[in-house]
Design a protein around this ligand. Sequence first.
Ligand code: F0G
Length: 442
Amino acid sequence: MRVACEVCGSLLDVIYDWNRLEPPTSFDFFERKWQRRYDPHDFSGVWRFYELLPFTPKAQIVTIGEGQTLLQPSAGVGKYIGLKSGNLFLQYEGMNPSGSFKDNGMSAAFTHAHTTGAKRAACASTGNTSASLALYCSVTKLMKAVIFIGSGRISYGKLSQALDYGALTMQIAGDFDDAMARVKEVAAQEGIYLVNSVNPFRLEGQKTIMFRVLEALRWQVPDWIVVPGGNLGNSSAFGKAFAELKEIGLIDRVPRLAVINAAGANTLYELFEKRGLRWNGGRPQQAITDTFYGEMDASDRRASTIASAIEINRPVNLDKCLRALEVMDGVVREVSDQEILDAKAQVGAGGLGCEPASAASVAGAKLLVSQGVIGPEDRVVCILTGHQLKDPTATVAYHTTDQEQFNKVLGSRGVKRAAFANRAVAVPNELDEIVKAIRLYS
Ligand code: F0G
């Protein structure tokens, strides 16, 4: 499967001829489909929007019931961020079958893979893409999953999924960036279908996250979409979604975009905010990126963050993300592991919970409010990309009373405090003592 242009090397993009396709002229069209949710195509939170991603005949669609997600208003987390009550919404993608937003894009890429007759599909992953691919393979039995992961780099929740679902799991002695480079080579040499977000169909599926956000807001466009940035597939997809909705006349304005990097994997922040890299009409200044990557290689700088899902230094969708930042008048910020874990604890206490990378969106929104970029009156949607149970190690280490465990897992990442820790109370196995402790603490 070809994912890049043979002449310029840029990633391919899916482009529709909207004049010919005649997309719906009102959002009611999609709402009516919900009445037909006995049909798996209309049950799916991805394919319910088929007319906005019509790259394949309907009969070819592969769905496992992805996209049943929730836009949760959260007063507690909104207050933590500094927003007026009622203005924060958490888009919880952890409700997907494999527990992360990846199922939106996987359903689309898997559908395309199936139309090509592929029998094997591969990806490099920080854990969620691989869990998603493994799940689609195990449920449908249409393909064999071959996954590449950095050794010791993915959380146990995600690794356990890949193993349980029966994926061929290649642990590369290296990190995600190494695994990504290798999987491209292997896929090309062995003719294996590649489902990383270099695959343009992945992004088509991920557009639907924005459609569901709009649907939950009764089609009112929010002021901000805040999303963690790793390989930059989501942010790229969101920009494409809004550009297309505007083009076909379903919305008249687009929200602003904030992409949040972890400080230990901050390529986009560095390039966009510090070095002025821009979309530039489709010709981003390659020299800026080359210089930065050259410096990174010279100092052997590796991505490093507790938010392992976004521990990526060479985001494959960099250019498309620049386009999204242009379309959505976007900004990029970086947040520390300390800020990420504190925000995650807030999401756990007042939202539906999430994994560390997801909480970067909340930490980033807080930072942007403190900088006056996001106003307290703005309506803000933070994307919670992955389920809380994906990375229990980080969560337990944050809340632990065991200083050694805290230091090992978090102290080594520069995390000093756990301001919102909910520590377990150790009690002897005696009724009186247990009751005494409950009375003391409740
Ligand atoms: N949040 C989570 C939970 C993720 O798993 C990822 C990416 C991101 C955010 C970043 O999204 O790449 O679209 O910018 N995980 C990939 C993986 C890289 O292999 O599972 P992005």
